[in-house]
Design a protein around this ligand. Structure first.
Ligand code: HXC
Length: 242
């Protein structure tokens, strides 16, 4: 597919790479960009050859936020009636393939929230995160108040969202992790992602029971036989992804 605001490529076998590409606007996340991003995510998610998805930006900016120039004229009634930003939840709600944000430079506002929607965030030493919405007279609108709080705790998240101040990321991006994930059984990685996410919503007891059920289910997969037989035979498993 050819897109206007993003680039897609399969950088390493099994890894779908999505590069945000609006350099003149520091990858500000306008609605047309998000439509393309969602389309690319759906296509990778449906592709059996793709076992992990990486979202990245440029060296200077992962994404400098939602597009402020697009948002400036919005009214309450249009935002509410059109459910502005709701399509952004596609990544968090519907994508089952493990997702990784590889962040360099600015990841502000909606850019920070986009990174937080991914399952793992890796960043370069220049990565700069922040939820500066307070400076624009608004608040985070794409999950930042919830996911940042889950990530750093209530006190720190409250400070960051109330002051809008930037914070730095850690360490260089570890691209090897995406390839490593992509090297495992799709059945197992999708199940692993699903159970870890359940820990955020279920009680411990329900979560453990949910995990056990999915664990039982994996004994119906070919890859369970392939993986365990390979161990016993001291061979490298050749996953069928079935
Ligand atoms: C629209 C943006 C933009 C944004 C940058 N640009 N961020 N356009 N929306 N979020 C544009 C600038 O207007 C400018 O366009 C060009 O990109 C380059 O930006 P500069 O400001 O000239 O670059 P620099 O001086 O290096 O400063 C970088 C920056 C600054 C510190 C990141 O651009 C900045 O503060 N941006 C806004 C960050 C922000 O507030 N993000 C949160 C948005 S609210 P021209 O045409 O002048 O060259 C949000 C809400 C989320 O995300 C809730 C719902 C999802």
């Amino acid at each position: 597919a050819s897109y206007e605001h993003i680039l897609t490529s399969s950088a390493k076998p099994g890894v779908g790479l999505i590069t945000l590409n609006r350099p003149k606007a520091l990858n500000a996340l306008c609605s047309p960009l998000f439509t393309e991003l969602n389309d690319a995510l759906s296509k990778y998610d449906a592709d059996k050859d793709i076992g992990a998805i990486v979202i990245t930006g440029s060296e200077k900016a992962f994404a400098a936020g939602a597009d402020i120039k697009e948002m400036a004229p919005l009214t309450f009634s249009s935002a509410y009636t059109n459910n502005f930003i709701a399509p952004w939840s596609h990544l968090a709600n519907n994508i089952r393939t493990p997702t990784i944000a590889a962040v360099s430079g600015y990841a502000l506002g909606g850019g920070c929230e986009l990174a937080l929607m991914c399952d793992i965030i890796y960043c370069s030493s220049t990565a700069t995160f922040g939820q500066p919405e307070i400076k624009l007279g608004v608040i985070p609108g794409a999950g930042g108040s919830q996911r940042l709080t889950n990530a750093v705790g209530k006190s720190k998240a409250m400070e960051l969202i109330l002051t809008g101040k930037n914070f730095s990321g850690k360490e260089a991006g570890e691209w090897g992790v995406a390839a490593e994930i992509a090297g495992y059984s799709r059945v197992a990685t999708v199940a692993a992602k699903e159970v870890v996410n359940k820990s955020q919503e279920l009680s411990l007891r329900e979560g453990v029971e949910y995990e056990r059920r999915l664990f039982h289910g994996l004994f119906g997969s070919q890859d369970q036989k392939i993986g365990m037989t390979a161990f016993a035979e001291k061979k490298k498993p050749e996953w069928s992804h079935e």
